[in-house]
Design a binder for this molecule. Structure first.
Ligand SMILES: C[S@@+](CC[C@H](N)C(=O)[O-])C[C@H]1O[C@@H](n2cnc3c(N)ncnc32)[C@H](O)[C@@H]1O
Length: 235
């Protein structure tokens, strides 16, 4: 999927959890469908961003489409984008089963997606940006800024660390314990891989990167330990 210079980051090579694997994708979809209420999550995002039946939305890193299908029921058009062909396929299947004609699935990512048509009113990205190292996160944020229409919104949810560095061992252990209580052992194992092999960063770095990309941060909320929501505007 990569083109361009030799040093271009290959976002199709999954760091950490391998979402190109069929079994991993089905397991992700099963577990997340069980413990998440996608409709409620989507409604909160739609309300927070003020989306309407005319809105154009990009769901960046849409995964198996749990949120995309709900956005499609309330918005004009949803571009569901993911680097994993298996995830994109499953999202497309869900859209087909629900007869949603306004979802377009695209196999691409933060660094490669080229938006066609009218610029989006909003980009939503939940639990995805940590797949890129910080250098590339900044590039991704700037690409999203450029993609949005003036006044457009970015809804970014991700795992971000805010504890003092000296407390990192206890903080991570405590966090993993709480994840196991909430989502079971499989979810804890996924989170161990997250800390070890993926690229979640510090809150202060994330905030600065969002601002340097050009956004104004309107809301910066910790919804659970280490889980941060940023609602940002293209000013
Ligand atoms: C933890 S899942 C989150 C999926 C979905 N947003 C959700 O809330 O359930 C992470 C997703 O990000 C995708 N992904 C990883 N790197 C990406 C990139 N550079 N650009 C777009 N999607 C990416 C993976 O394929 C996977 O589907």
């Amino acid at each position: 999927m990569t083109s361009g210079p030799q040093w271009q980051y290959d976002e199709s090579r999954h760091a950490g959890v391998d979402y190109s694997d069929d079994a991993v994708v089905l397991d992700y979809d099963n577990r997340h469908t069980r413990f998440r209420d996608y409709e409620k999550e989507a409604t909160r995002i739609i309300d927070a961003l003020g989306l309407t039946k005319d809105s154009i939305v990009v769901d960046m890193g849409c995964g198996s489409g749990g949120l995309s299908v709900h956005f499609a029921k309330h918005c004009g058009k949803v571009h569901a984008v993911d680097v994993s062909p298996k995830m994109v396929e499953l999202c497309g299947r869900k859209a087909g089963e629900q007869n949603l004609k306004n979802i377009e699935t695209v196999c691409a990512g933060f660094l490669t997606y080229e938006h066609k048509g009218e610029p989006p009113d909003a980009i939503v990205s939940t639990a995805v940006l940590h797949h890129l190292p910080d250098f590339w996160k900044q590039v991704a944020l700037r690409r999203m800024y450029e993609m949005l229409k003036p006044g457009g919104k970015l809804f970014l949810f991700d795992i971000v660390f805010n504890f003092p560095v000296d407390e990192y061992q206890n903080s991570i252990d405590g966090w993993l314990e709480s994840i196991e209580k909430m989502g079971g052992k499989a979810m804890k194992d996924e989170s161990v891989i997250h800390v070890k092999e993926e690229f979640s960063t510090w809150g202060w770095i994330m905030e600065r990167m969002i601002e340097i990309a050009g956004f104004r941060i309107d809301i910066n909320n910790s919804i659970q330990p280490n889980m941060q929501v940023y609602i940002c505007s293209k000013t």
